[in-house]
Design a protein around this ligand. Structure first.
Ligand code: ZN
Length: 327
């Protein structure tokens, strides 16, 4: 994007691994997925094969996909150095994440090392690059717990709020089994003053509580319905009604859709649904219930708005009073 005139407001941009783009250029977007992911919670199912990631992207592209937002945060094998080449070769736009997942995904040593200045870590990954690669993250990923927020989650979210204020980046929240949305919004928006439209609540499909969905949409947050076809989350059949209820209440512009491939076995190239499923049977089913126009908005205009940010043009140096405490 060309820089805005001096003194004028910056136009929002989406920060991809190949640089900032206009939100209008995003295209059909999988708003929550993973090309690389490693966790002690998923032994033997690491997404760490660049060739398989390339094949998955090419299948996604063939299904009509144009952009993938990778929600893999710090310390979970994001493959940052691989992402630009994968984006170039596939023609699919890729956004990387900074942030931190639940404590269970890390060794105590890693947490010890990063906890002291998490906000500084997030800001530098968003504005300078991830681990010396120069590849900048375009969103902040954090995680809540089951119907609540532990000390680690509160610490991480305080840092995310500070990094959000410094950069404009959107915060994507893993809700454990889709729960805890009210707690997350109270903390991020109520306590730390994050604008609600800078928060994406993830995994809401896993907890089909339509009242919670509506309240979160009324608050102004984005709602991500990501990860269809999980054998252990038997909620796919409720999704069309949940989305219709939101759309009927006037909240269609808050809905995002994603695939959330977290294991090698779930990849389409390994016989699973993978990224293309989102644009295949899943989209087809939603279109039957909601109409093609609305579903296309969920996949294009909504993520374009959600991930577009007014990025700072100068390096972040404000570490003075007013920052959210990170303890
Ligand atoms: Zn995910």
């Amino acid at each position: 994007m060309s820089p805005s005139p001096a003194g004028g407001p910056a136009a929002p941009a989406i920060r991809t691994v190949l640089g900032d783009i206009s939100p209008a250029d995003l295209g059909i977007c999988d708003a929550h997925d993973h090309l690389f992911l490693r966790s002690p919670q998923l032994p033997g199912q690491e997404l760490d094969d660049a060739g398989a990631a390339a094949a998955e992207l090419s299948a996604f592209r063939a299904a009509g996909g144009a952009a993938v937002i990778q929600w893999t945060p710090y310390g979970m094998g994001r493959g940052a150095a691989e992402l630009p080449r994968l984006a170039r070769e596939s023609g699919v736009r890729i956004v990387a994440a900074t942030g931190l997942h639940q404590a269970a995904h890390y060794t105590p040593e890693v947490l010890e090392r990063v906890r002291a200045d998490l906000a500084g870590l997030f800001v530098s990954e968003l504005t300078e690059g991830i681990g010396g690669t120069g590849i900048r993250a375009g969103m902040i990923k954090v995680a809540g717990g089951f119907h609540g927020l532990d000390r680690h989650a509160r610490h991480t979210m305080a840092a995310a709020a500070e990094a959000q204020r410094a950069t404009g980046a959107v915060i994507g929240v893993h809700l454990e089994l889709g729960t805890g949305a009210p707690d997350v919004l109270d903390l991020l928006c109520g306590e730390w003053g994050v604008p609600p439209d800078r928060v994406i609540l993830g995994h809401l499909n896993r907890s089909p509580d339509l009242v919670v969905h509506r309240k979160a949409a009324e608050a102004g947050a984005y709602l991500a319905f990501d990860g269809p076809s999980r054998a252990h989350h038997a909620t796919d059949w409720r999704l069309p009604d949940a989305l219709a209820a939101l759309a009927d209440a006037g909240h269609g512009e808050r809905i995002l859709l994603g695939g959330d491939t977290t294991t090698a076995g779930a990849r389409s190239v390994n016989g699973g649904p993978g990224m293309p499923h989102l644009l295949g049977r899943h989209r087809e089913r939603l279109e039957l219930a909601l109409g093609a126009g609305l579903v296309t908005r969920f996949l294009t205009a909504n993520p374009a708005r959600a991930f577009g940010a007014d990025w700072p043009r100068a390096p972040y140096t404000d570490r003075g009073p007013g920052r959210a405490p990170t303890a």
